[in-house]
Design a protein around this ligand. Structure first.
Ligand code: F6R
Length: 608
């Protein structure tokens, strides 16, 4: 939700052009308006407007701007509709201060009233603008800029990552963080600030993750951080990330989504290689011995959480409770010491998942975070951390991080089940060796199914709705398929346990209505076949995603079949995700949509 960027120093190109490149790599965080501000000898210059970054650039040619330091913003509107006035950066009354902000200032109305009463003039409907005016008040009162920043954030309630320019100190970008993510990119003769690492990967891979309550400034040669008025030494916090700059570019693919779908063999190979099995086994003991296991996440990560729930209950016989993280309040009275929460979040920044993790810890539960971003907020605030190594995911629609999550969660559950005797060594070895083969089988699936899926997408592209049905561990995969379809192709898609379809949903099914089945568990073949026949009897256009071993039996039951390699249900979750992702992608493209920029969505949801 909104991406911010800041740069101080010379980077061998005009600041405006560098800011544009950085913003384009954050566009997944929002794209309804964009803007930049630079400062130098002539004061602050702001160029901003409604529209995607390239549209705003075409109107205002901001890549031509240069200066000593600059900030930029790509917006996902929360307060105030997308418009030129509401685009960031926002300035104070004097034009000496410019602010880019990600988050929500909860008490902005009250602050705005106070500031207006003191004579400040507001131009936008945003919550952000109060920050510029508060800072203006404090510097006018004679406070040094850093102290003015500290006093400004003391007045703010809510979440924020702030990048602020002050024209009287043009060589620096001030910053502050609370809840919303903010990282520093450490360079030679320049430094960056950004909401996320890919923004500056083309310039540096040395990163400092800022923590809540920290504020300070970057100059071309220094990073200064304070908390509560005390300096914080961040030298020891510099990390080198091994994400290549290419990882954040499309590399010839028409969209990040397609690139990332195709990157899954690599993402899975690296995730597997990155797993410390000793640590996984230690975590699985903690899981198996917990009083109860809660699992929480949002969106796609929630579907991975459902698979974990299925495996921990089904294989290890554990008492599990899985919930959408935005619903965490339901559990406040229930949680106590001895409980464990598994919080799954690829970004590690989703606000609801973070809130759930915080309240569980406050009540004595331990938290295991599963994330793709090292040192992001949720893992940092958790007792245990497990990372996927899928590389940066830029497309708004999660794809490679989902299958990487499935891989490590399945490994975790298999270890827990082995530990508590839910499964024997043989089943355990089968699951683990299948997971090891996942990269090759996913690759084979991709090669075998892509053309067929494209052909099916050509039929689905004219449909208004679709159902995704399954039973057992295939259900969360069907749910993920439906989410992908809604999200990028804007086809109304709903997933149901196939058995539930007769309790209402089937009423909508008529001639040509698409119904997609994921077939994972052998135990459910009979009832699934029955459900497919029921749909066919009503004229549905049925699509069966099947491992080849079931082709002889079910091949004729569906209108279309997508055959995948054979595997156990534990691996079919990963394998069957591939055609579902491709189906959503191609349906979106054939309908004329840009799957990398689904309307109204932003990748990382940092506001409740
Ligand atoms: C869907 C998607 C979102 C995220 C959700 C959680 O394609 O990307 O539904 O899965 O916002 O995000 P994380 O995993 O970062 O917590």
């Amino acid at each position: 939700m909104c991406g911010i960027v800041g740069v101080a120093g010379g980077i061998g190109e005009r600041l405006g052009s560098a800011l544009k490149k950085c913003l384009e790599r954050l566009e997944y965080r929002g794209y309804d308006s964009a803007g930049v501000a630079v400062t130098g000898a002539g004061g602050i210059i702001v160029r901003k407007g409604r529209g995607k970054i390239h549209e705003v650039e075409a109107r205002f040619n901001f890549t031509a701007l240069d200066g000593l330091s600059g900030i930029g913003h790509t917006r996902w509107a929360t307060h105030g509709k997308p418009s030129d006035e509401n685009a960031h950066p926002h300035v104070d009354c004097t034009g000496e201060v410019a602010v880019a902000h990600n988050g929500i200032i909860a008490n902005y109305r009250e602050l705005k009233e106070q500031l207006t009463a003191r004579g400040h003039r507001f131009i936008s409907d945003t919550d952000t603008e109060v920050i510029a005016h508060l800072f203006e008040d404090y510097v006018k009162a004679g406070l040094p800029a850093l102290v003015a920043l500290r006093e400004t954030i003391r007045r703010l309630k809510g979440s924020y990552a702030i990048a602020l320019l002050y024209s009287r100190e043009p060589d620096r970008v001030f910053f502050a963080r609370n809840v919303s993510p903010l990282v520093v990119g450490v360079g030679e003769g320049f430094n960056f600030l950004a909401s996320d690492i890919p923004a500056f990967l083309g310039y540096t891979n040395r990163v400092i993750t800022l923590h809540d309550g920290e504020y300070g400034y970057i100059t071309p040669s220094s990073v200064y951080v304070e908390k509560n008025g005390e300096p914080v030494n961040v030298e020891g916090r510099v990390r080198v990330v091994n994400w290549s700059p290419e990882a954040a570019s499309r590399e010839g693919y028409p969209h990040f989504m397609l690139k990332e779908i195709h990157e899954q063999p690599k993402a899975l190979r690296e995730t597997w290689a990155g797993l410390d099995m000793g640590y996984v086994s230690k975590l699985s003991r903690i899981i198996a011995e917990a009083r109860r296991v809660f699992i929480t996440a949002s969106g796609t990560s929630y579907h991975a959480g459902l698979v974990l729930d299925h495996l921990l209950a089904g294989l290890a016989g554990l008492d599990t409770h899985v919930f959408n993280s935005s619903e965490y309040r339901k559990y406040l009275r229930l949680v106590r010491e001895g409980d464990l929460l598994v919080a799954v979040s690829q970004s590690g920044e989703t606000i609801d998942t973070l809130m759930a993790a915080r309240v569980f810890r406050e009540r004595g539960a331990r938290v295991l975070a599963v994330s793709n971003v090292v040192d992001s907020t949720i893992p940092r605030e958790s007792d245990y951390q497990l990372y996927t190594s899928a590389g940066p995911e830029i497309s708004v629609a999660a794809t490679k991080t989902f299958t990487a999550q499935l891989m490590i969660l399945t490994a975790l559950a298999a270890n827990a089940a082995l530990y508590n005797g839910g499964i024997g060594k043989e089943t355990y070895s089968l699951i683990m060796s299948e997971l090891e083969q996942a990269p090759d089988l996913v690759n084979a699936t991709m090669i075998n199914v892509e053309a067929r899926v494209r052909h099916i997408a050509d039929k689905v592209k004219v449909k208004a709705s679709a159902y995704y049905l399954s039973r057992g561990i295939g259900l969360p995969i069907a749910m993920e398929g439906a989410l992908k379809m809604k999200e990028v192709a804007y086809v109304h898609a709903e997933a149901y346990p196939a058995g539930e379809s007769k309790h209402g949903p089937i009423a909508l099914v008529d001639q040509g209505f698409p119904v997609i089945f994921t077939v994972t568990d052998d135990d459910y073949l009979d009832p699934l076949e029955g459900n497919a026949m029921e749909m066919a009897a009503r004229g549905a256009y049925t699509i069966g995603i099947l491992p080849s071993k079931h082709y002889a039996r079910l091949g004729k039951v569906f209108t279309e079949v997508i055959q995948t390699p054979d595997a156990s249900p534990y691996l079919l979750t990963i394998i069957q995700s591939i055609p579902l992702q491709l189906l959503a992608y191609y349906t979106a493209v054939l309908r004329g949509y840009d799957p990398d920029k689904p309307r109204n969505l932003a990748k990382t949801v940092t506001v409740e």
